[in-house]
Design a protein around this ligand. Structure first.
Ligand code: C2O
Ligand code: CU
Length: 635
């Protein structure tokens, strides 16, 4: 509830003395020794948390799929919007069997939160009700939400408020995730449990015959630290990173998962605060490597599967693997992590992730065939000239992008791509040499090149579209994206959440096209647009009638061109080639905001605790877009 934002100077010598920063990896003895008859590892290296001894003894938790509460049907068009309600609240979770439960905060009081499975073409509104103790801003990472629904870091709901997020679900099938994005505390909130999967499916993907149902499993990786009493410790190593020594999958330290000897689709997410992983599957504990097909990354399926022995995955990235367990009936396969990656600090068991216990028989052989060699169309990257340069670096005690951070309200919009334009962005890793997984909101990009450091784009980084790229020490990376389909202000940042919170988070403004007649009065440009802001919880807003009215109003805003986003792209193409300079039927017709009256148009006047220093970060509504100045071209 209180935002503690203390700038701590990194006393490197102290860190070395404490061993937190151990550059000498020999201080963490490799752990993988097999103990007699059992194949349970007995790691002997260093711990910061209490030693964990229950390797592969507890099953992999699988979060429930979230059900919608009701569906709105538009009478004239037949369009549907599914409505969901999620409550953010505290929970207790048993991590150590021998220690007290640990306090966390999660969506619906579970962590990871419930899994959303969305069908392409079916819009949704999700109401996040904040009954927890901290501020809440929700970002669905990997979807092109209109700016007011994208989890802008300053657009948080206070305890006692709720916010309705309107989602398009119009993109190709992809594994995305939702997590907290509250300014300066994203790391802590995500760590405390606010993260979950959000999966979009589409008919093209469904027709491929990939493993599905119980053979399609989402694996969210995390790394945490616990105190002797079992409580969570947010130990940020003085703003450099939180590497953590307790590796978790779907919230469980080092779980096991029973599989059948057949193919599985595994959706991997690195949801850790700061730890990067380099993952590989091994027979037994540390035997032969089991190669697999990588089939998808952040923005969905690859053009073709990529056969590989391992995958490097930084924070925020997703990769999907098809792993064939058919040769291993009755044996174990262990998912392992490499030591010595980037700036990670390794501990006793950070080389272990989870175990697959392969059973003796297959109960269902459908979707168990070869992975198709053609998966999805990926357009060739455009060949425009590099347009923008961004340097990610540490200056004094802050992590910044071109010298700017999110606290620099006046300057934090670093660039204004023209809507519909392709731009190549050059991302440099500057002073501080940190590992910076660079995440650009709104767009899918292609990774064009990497120079310095690893000096190569890995095959699974270039086989599909992405929204995070791992910019390691010494590297320069070029990515190309089309800044579309929407205009508005979006964030881009480092996904080492400790860096993001201190202060490696900035924004870009996809400009409105003047010939389409837009000005700053259109309502989806500003992520702090008052009518979409969080509101105080009132029981009358939760009646079926009030909800249906609200959904009707959302539909009337035409946020997503009545679901026809391809028409938006065609119109942008036409605009770019000097063709028809007309807006697509949709994209926001300036409206009379008074139609909102039934829903309440007032921005929350919070009587609930506001963090004392928040006004300065409160952004647009306060400092820039109060109604009278809202049209003044401030962007
Ligand atoms: Cu996964 Cu801007 O975040
Ligand atoms: Cu970073």
């Amino acid at each position: 509830m209180f935002r503690a934002r203390v700038w701590v100077v990194a006393f490197v010598s102290t860190l070395f003395a404490n061993g937190v920063f151990a550059s000498d990896t020999s201080s963490t003895t490799p752990s993988a020794t097999v103990d007699g008859n059992s194949s349970a590892p007995r790691p002997t290296g260093k711990w910061i948390s209490p030693e964990y001894k229950w390797f592969f003894e507890y099953p992999l938790p699988i979060s429930p799929v979230k059900d919608s509460k009701l569906t709105y049907t538009n009478e004239s068009s037949g369009a549907l919007i599914d409505y969901y309600e999620v409550e953010v609240k505290t929970l207790k979770k048993q991590i150590y069997p021998n220690l007290p439960e640990c306090d966390m905060i999660g969506y619906d009081g579970i962590t990871p939160g419930p899994t959303f499975v969305m069908r392409q073409g079916r819009e949704a509104v999700v109401r996040f009700t904040n009954n927890g103790p901290t501020n809440v801003s929700v970002h669905v990472h990997g979807q092109y939400n209109r700016a007011p629904f994208d989890g802008w870091a300053a657009d948080y709901a206070l305890p006692g408020q709720y916010k309705d997020y309107y989602y398009p679900n119009a993109q190709n099938a992809r594994t995305i995730w939702y997590h907290d994005h509250t300014e300066f505390v994203t790391g802590e909130h995500t760590y405390q449990g606010q993260e979950g999967f959000y999966i979009i499916t589409d008919p093209e993907e469904q027709a491929l015959g990939l493993p599905s149902g119980k053979y399609d499993v989402a694996l969210g990786l995390a790394s945490r630290v616990y105190r002797a009493n079992g409580s969570l410790w947010y130990e940020t190593n003085n703003d450099v990173g939180l590497w953590g020594d307790i590796i978790q999958v779907n919230g469980q330290p080092w779980p096991y998962f029973e599989v059948e000897p057949r193919k599985y689709r595994l959706r991997l997410l690195n949801g850790a605060v700061s730890r990067t992983f380099h993952l590989s599957f091994h027979e037994g504990l540390d035997g032969e490597v089991v190669s697999f097909y990588a089939i998808a990354s952040d923005s969905g399926l690859f053009s073709h599967p990529v056969n590989t022995d391992s995958i490097a995955i930084s924070m925020g990235e997703r990769y999907e693997a098809v792993v064939d367990f058919s040769k291993y009936a009755g044996h174990n396969i262990t998912l392992r992590n490499s030591r010595g990656l980037g700036e990670n600090v390794d501990y006793a068991a950070t080389d272990l992730v989870m175990r697959f216990v392969v059973g003796g028989s297959v109960s269902d052989d459908t979707n168990n065939g070869d992975v198709p060699s053609d998966l999805h169309y990926i357009p060739p990257p455009p060949t425009s000239a590099p347009a923008k340069d961004f340097t990610f670096e540490r200056i004094d005690s802050e992590w910044l992008i071109n010298g700017v951070g999110f606290t620099d309200v006046e300057n934090r919009i670093l660039t204004r791509p023209q809507r519909g334009a392709d731009e190549i962005w050059t991302l440099h890793n500057g002073n501080g040499n940190g590992t910076h997984p660079v995440h650009i909101h709104l767009v899918d990009f292609q990774v064009l090149s990497r120079t310095g450091g690893r000096n190569t784009v890995l095959p699974y980084e270039s086989a599909g579209m992405k929204d995070v790229v791992w910019l390691a020490g010494g590297e320069t990376i070029q990515v190309v994206a089309r800044y579309a389909p929407w205009d508005g202000i979006y964030m881009f940042h480092c996904h080492n959440l400790v860096h993001e919170d201190h202060d490696m988070l900035v924004a870009f403004n996809v400009t409105q096209l003047e010939k389409w007649g837009y000005d700053n009065s259109t309502i989806f440009i500003d992520p702090m647009q008052p009518e979409f802001r969080p509101k105080d919880i009132k029981s009358e807003d939760y009646t079926e009638d009030a909800i249906l009215k609200k959904l009707e109003w959302f539909f009337s805003t035409n946020a997503y061109n009545k679901g026809d986003v391809s028409a938006v792209y065609s119109a942008l193409d036409a605009y770019a080639t000097g063709g028809t300079p007309l807006p697509p039927a949709s994209t926001e017709t300036p409206r009379n905001i008074s139609t909102l009256q039934t829903v309440s148009t007032t921005a929350p006047t919070s009587t609930i605790t506001t963090p004392p220093s928040s006004e300065v970060h409160e952004s647009w509504s306060h400092t820039r877009s109060a109604p009278s100045t809202h049209k003044s071209g401030i962007y």
